[in-house]
Write a protein of this length. Structure first.
Length: 350
């Protein structure tokens, strides 16, 4: 008999330490729900943002990723991933720099970098420990109450923030999202871990087995953010039945016509894939592709998937209408130059 132990380990951020989780399968008795609740309890979700004038431009809403993030170095105009799991709405080396860069390029634009929590520390923690569906609801409420967004906005999500913003587009059409720019987003989820040394690694296999055993329990699904977009191709029925977030927004349990209709309201859905990505596994998920069901080696493109062929989410219709844009960057996860950003992404923000 085996049970799941949540192994917590620390890593340093600029001003505080943040817990990250790993899962291991260990022989023994079942861990009590009370202890799991203690380990997994997350902070209350709130939202906050800055207020600027948009001067007739289209506002931009940013949602950051869980950890490794872009940071802007003016001297070289290079946006480089900082190797710390500390991303937040307002870090001057990451989203703060991206926000400022957009404001410099588009005069007078209103840029809202989403904060999920009362402060930056809570915002960072909520990137790991919280209910994603609650986060999306909180953001929907915040956007609806912001008068600067009433005529619409462009959404830009980094890493996991991209699929969270897509959920906003599908569930909350008011105010309207005009364009969704996904930068390294995992729209079909992940089946691997950051810096995993390879498909044949014993470490990878061990951790995957642990996630397979515990990722879809209600307790883990409701509290660990990354488990909520964990997509196990070897246990497809388990994923479809128990994934509380990803399986829902990807129409795995049935077609929600409202989701389909709302997503098609986008004028553009831009997806950026990082060709040397060592964080996201499989990298195909950044273009809405994934591993073929029933195995963990061969991948398929969005166009080869059942989701597309049955047009369960409206992506085929959007593709035919030339609303889908697939871009690639040669760098690792969230690595790109400012020139590349201005040339490839800035036109969709104007």
């Amino acid at each position: 008999m085996s049970f799941i132990i949540i192994v917590l380990y620390f890593f340093e951020c600029k001003t505080f330490q943040l817990l990250q989780f790993g899962l291991l399968v260990v022989s023994g008795s079942r861990m009590t729900a009370a202890f799991l609740s203690f380990l997994l309890a997350g902070p209350v979700l709130l939202a906050a943002g800055s207020h600027d004038s948009n001067n007739g431009t289209t506002p931009v809403v940013l949602w950051h990723g869980m950890g490794e993030h872009p940071s802007l170095y003016r001297a070289t105009h290079y946006v480089q991933r900082v190797r710390e799991f500390c991303d937040s709405c307002c870090n001057p080396l990451s989203m703060g720099a991206i926000k400022k860069m957009i404001e410099e390029e588009i005069s007078g634009v209103y840029v809202l970098s989403l904060m999920i929590g009362k402060n930056v520390i809570e915002d960072t923690e909520n990137g790991f420990f919280s209910d994603v569906n609650e986060q999306v609801s909180m953001v929907c409420s915040q956007l609806a109450q912001d008068p600067k967004l009433k005529d619409g906005y462009n959404g830009m999500g980094f890493s996991q923030g991209a699929q969270f913003l897509r959920a906003v587009a599908q569930r909350c059409p008011s105010p309207p999202m005009k364009a969704l720019i996904s930068i390294g987003g995992q729209h079909q989820g992940v089946y691997g871990l950051p810096r995993c040394p390879g498909e044949s690694s014993h470490i990878c296999d061990m951790i995957r087995k642990a996630l397979n055993s515990g990722a879809y329990t209600d307790l883990v699904q409701k509290h660990l953010v990354q488990a909520q977009y964990w997509h196990d191709p070897l246990n497809d029925n388990l994923y479809k039945k128990h994934s509380l977030f990803l399986a829902d927004i990807n129409q795995e349990r049935g077609v929600n016509e409202t989701y389909k209709k709302n997503l098609q309201l986008l004028e553009k859905f831009v997806m950026v894939k990082f060709l040397q990505d060592t964080v996201v596994d499989p990298v195909d998920t950044e273009w809405f592709g994934f591993l073929k069901t029933g195995q963990a080696k061969e991948t398929e493109t969005l166009q080869e998937s059942v989701l597309y062929k049955e047009d369960r989410l409206g992506l085929a219709a959007m593709d035919k209408a030339k609303k889908l844009v697939f871009l690639a960057s040669e760098g690792d996860h969230l690595q790109f130059t400012r020139d590349w950003f201005n040339k490839n992404l800035l036109p969709y923000l104007r």
